[in-house]
Design a protein around this ligand. Structure first.
Ligand code: ZN
Ligand code: ZN
Length: 197
């Protein structure tokens, strides 16, 4: 891990839909050596972000669902790019809520529902039940996935349905990412079944 203490003042100034927000936050960004293949840990050190606003139990900020973050980081490639596409929007949202009473783009889903919703969007499916089977297809080779029935419910083979979406995600993030996400979600589901019944 590399600590970069000098990114603590980053000018926050954005104007989507005509709303200008100027604000300053103190942040601590821990950049893993695997960056941009792994998401940096970001903490707000000025005690302005309350625990119930998109933070993880370890105090790091919940900047978004893991798969989406990795895609954004991969597009950005650099640390300033990561700050621009993942960190600034987070603080923009927080300041907007503080100043105008609501998040600019609606309330974000948090935790597990957030991850499922995000994957539904990324896989372009309408049913939450399609998420796990889609993850499974993204974690196996293209040739094998193409021969299987598409989990979206169209009744077609993946080759003639969601193959473009799947191929894109697979080649962007690699099968191991989806295998990891699949294992994680399956574990959480198993855990919640055992603990809620
Ligand atoms: Zn969150
Ligand atoms: Zn499909």
């Amino acid at each position: 891990m590399t600590d970069i203490p000098d990114v603590d003042v980053y000018q926050l100034h954005r104007e989507p839909k005509g709303t200008t927000i100027s604000d300053t936050f103190d942040v601590d960004i821990e950049v893993p050596v695997e960056f941009p293949r792994q998401v940096p840990n970001v903490r707000e050190t000025g005690c302005r972000i309350p625990k119930d606003f998109h933070t993880h139990p370890d105090g790091t900020l919940c900047l978004g669902a893991p798969t989406r973050l990795l895609l954004l980081i991969q597009k950005a490639q650099t640390l300033p790019g990561f700050i621009d596409s993942c960190v600034v929007p987070y603080f923009y949202g927080f300041s907007h809520r503080e100043q105008h009473g609501a998040l600019p783009f609606g309330e974000l889903d948090h935790g597990l529902p957030g991850i499922f919703n995000d994957l539904m969007q990324l896989f372009d499916v309408r049913s939450i039940d399609a998420v796990i089977p889609m993850l499974r297809l993204a974690s196996i080779p293209k040739r094998e996935a193409n021969k299987q029935k598409c989990p979206c419910g169209s009744g077609r083979l993946t080759r003639k349905c969601h193959n473009i979406v799947l191929n894109h995600l697979r080649s962007s993030l690699g099968r191991s990412h989806f295998r990891q996400q699949l294992r994680l979600l399956e574990d959480v589901i198993k855990w919640s079944r055992q603990n809620c019944s």
